[in-house]
Design a protein around this ligand. Structure first.
Ligand code: SAM
Ligand code: SF4
Length: 332
């Protein structure tokens, strides 16, 4: 075993203490901004085993990682995911979260909480059953709404809804989504769509609905005051004087958040991605499989990979595809 080392740092002085681990590229939904209707998924032998993902989590933690988020694809379609959650739950992380589409939460929320997960982000782009079905292509709104209730009943202290806003598709639902979040007492973040992967259903340039536009809509109904606390992530948070919830804005286009980036991602096939909007990466699966009995090589590879972390992303807003990988590969 190698002893604990100082936190990971990149060339720009940023401390990297947050890792998003994608546990699968598969999903039971086909959201229009995330996937094509007809997707080819990774062959199983290329996907990291749960033990390999747990090994990564242990080693990142030994290198100063304080926060892990499990994501995908849809993390809850991965068989035996609870075993992984239990294992990571023992690492003493400051924050251990999962991003999910909510479709399995009716059955999974309580076991996840008991297994040691701290927080849940649940994607919800519409409260209109038909629009929800259009956006997710295969999703069932009532199942997700029941899942959100199950997460609340399970006693998760932190639940946040994530909404990707697209002009002409769901921008009209912003007020209803805000009322829903207030009523359920859960936070909500509005996300600008990112140009990841080539999609067929809409023109991303035309569909861009900026965070400032969302704020304008919310302010027609509520007072929004900038929150004083630092989120430690890309979201800028606001509060309303008459509610306990926070309203976040993730604005990869309109408010670049790269200067404070503290995170890296590992794809389902073990690629350490240093930036969401760039292709700089290192193959950790090869290192994991080539060094089954020692962690030295893996830790050295991770430390050295920080040198590759780019300063920032450059997403254009003209709808051009700059990054060919879809978000389900990236691990949102
Ligand atoms: N399946 C889970 C879910 O939907 O929450 C986890 C994975 S999903 C890739 C993670 C987050 O990325 C979701 O909130 C989703 O809405 C968001 N997302 C996917 N594609 C996106 C894109 N092109 N631009 C912005 N957000 C995107
Ligand atoms: Fe699946 Fe999440 Fe992508 Fe939707 S956003 S297709 S739920 S991985």
């Amino acid at each position: 075993m190698v002893s604990a080392i100082r936190p990971l740092k990149d060339r720009f002085g940023r401390t990297i203490n947050y890792v998003r681990l994608s546990v699968t590229d598969r999903c039971d939904f086909r959201c229009v901004y995330c996937m094509d209707e007809d997707m080819t998924f990774l062959p199983r032998q290329l996907v990291l085993t749960l033990e390999e993902i747990a090994r990564l989590a242990r080693n990142f933690t030994a290198l100063g990682t304080e926060k892990i988020r499990l994501t995908g694809g849809e993390p809850l379609v991965r068989r035996d995911i609870l075993d992984l959650v239990k294992e990571i739950g023992t690492l003493g992380l400051r924050d251990f979260a999962m991003t999910t589409n909510g479709s399995q939460l009716v059955d999974m929320a309580e076991p996840l909480r008991k297994a040691g997960l701290h927080r849940l982000n649940i994607s919800l782009d519409s409260l209109d059953a038909r629009k929800f079905a259009d956006i997710t292509r295969t999703g069932n709104l009532s199942k997700v709404l029941d899942g959100i209730d199950a997460a609340r009943d399970a006693g998760f202290p932190g639940i946040k809804l994530n909404t990707v806003v697209m002009k002409g598709r769901n921008d009209e639902e912003i007020p209803a989504l805000i009322e829903f979040a207030r009523q359920k007492r859960v936070d909500i973040s509005f996300i600008e769509e990112m140009p990841l992967g080539e999609i067929s259903e809409h023109d991303r340039g035309l569909a861009l609905f900026t965070s400032d536009e969302v704020k304008k809509v919310v302010r027609r109904h509520h007072v929004l005051l900038p929150a004083t606390e630092d989120s430690g992530g890309p979201a800028r948070y606001y509060r309303m004087p008459d509610s306990s919830i926070r309203v976040g804005f993730i604005s990869p286009h309109s408010h670049n958040f790269c200067a404070t980036c503290n995170r890296v991602r590992v794809t389902a096939d073990g690629r350490l991605l240093l930036c969401l909007g760039n292709e700089h990466s290192v193959d950790l699966r090869r290192v994991l499989r080539g060094n089954p009995d020692t962690e030295n090589r893996l830790r050295k590879t991770i430390i050295e990979a920080m040198e590759l972390k780019p300063e920032r992303h450059y997403f254009s807003t003209n709808g051009d595809v700059q990054i060919l990988r879809f978000m389900n590969m990236t691990g949102g």
